[in-house]
Design a protein around this ligand. Sequence first.
Ligand code: ASN
Ligand code: ZN
Length: 332
Amino acid sequence: LYEWQGVHTGTGNTQYSGQVTLGTAPSYTLTDTGRGNHKTYNLNRGTSGTGTLFSGSDDVWGDGTATNLETAGADAHYGAALTWDYYKNVHGRSGIRGDGVGAYSRVHYGNAYVNAFWQDSCFCMTYGDGAGNTKPLTSIDVAAHEMTHGLTSVTAKLVYSGESGGLNEATSDIFAAAVEFYANNPNDKGDYLVGEKIDIRGNGTPLRYMDKPSKDGSSKDAWYSGIGSIDVHYSSGPANHFFYLLSEGSGVKTVNGVTYDSPTSDGLPVTGIGIDKARLIWFKALTTKWGSSTNYAGARTGTVAVAEELYGAGSPEALAVQHAWAAVNVGT
Ligand code: ASN
Ligand code: ZN
């Protein structure tokens, strides 16, 4: 009885994550009925409105290549589903607003557009196809990064400039990594790299590195007075680095086949507490301690307070938070 109202699934042949199960609605559209009716639309190179909701007769979406216009839809729909599942199952938050309502995704924005973005005005995320239209920006980490901008905008509301802007960007990179680890997709295992699948630079390197942010040539490994005046995608560096150190510790370490080498600005080693605890600390600080003008010093105060609430004052976790901030020059 009522089976027709239940959660319905189709098959996605994605470009970055292999063959996956997608939440779809009969008969058939990319409408995820089990996740707040999150929908995925095809802008077909337009730049406004929603274009058309992906629909088809066979409930199989894409063929794993960018030539098939459904493929980017499958990747985006999958990334949104993983991000939904992560926030619900790990942090107990149902949807970005916590109200059980899905957002929506738009793919094939513009012509060879090399970016993806979240907009509060539509409560939606949008993906370009990349240069040459062969590498859409629809990988898991990019989807989670953009959706997390929505979360930040309804929680801490970190202003997107100055140090708060760096923390806003870092929050998106941090949960991008957390979602990727949570997904554990065999074609896209968790890592502390951002955008390693989309080849945005054309030379196979990731967009950002959390173990040593300066590897991208622009991001900063540690805080300094004046970091608030650089681009938020670079002033995010110390917070990304903090999160890596808190999760995995300093020095050389291989995780899921990727080898990291994370320095500390004070030269003292940091022992990691694991990403499962680190992600809880960042989430609780974001949602209960920080506000629109929180800066690096405030981020430290908030995360230390949260770690003490969760694990106790003087606990290894609370000490690790302090050591990891000291390691990126956010001191007492
Ligand atoms: N993809 C970029 C980001 O999410 C777009 C922007 O600069 N806001 O950070
Ligand atoms: Zn961003």
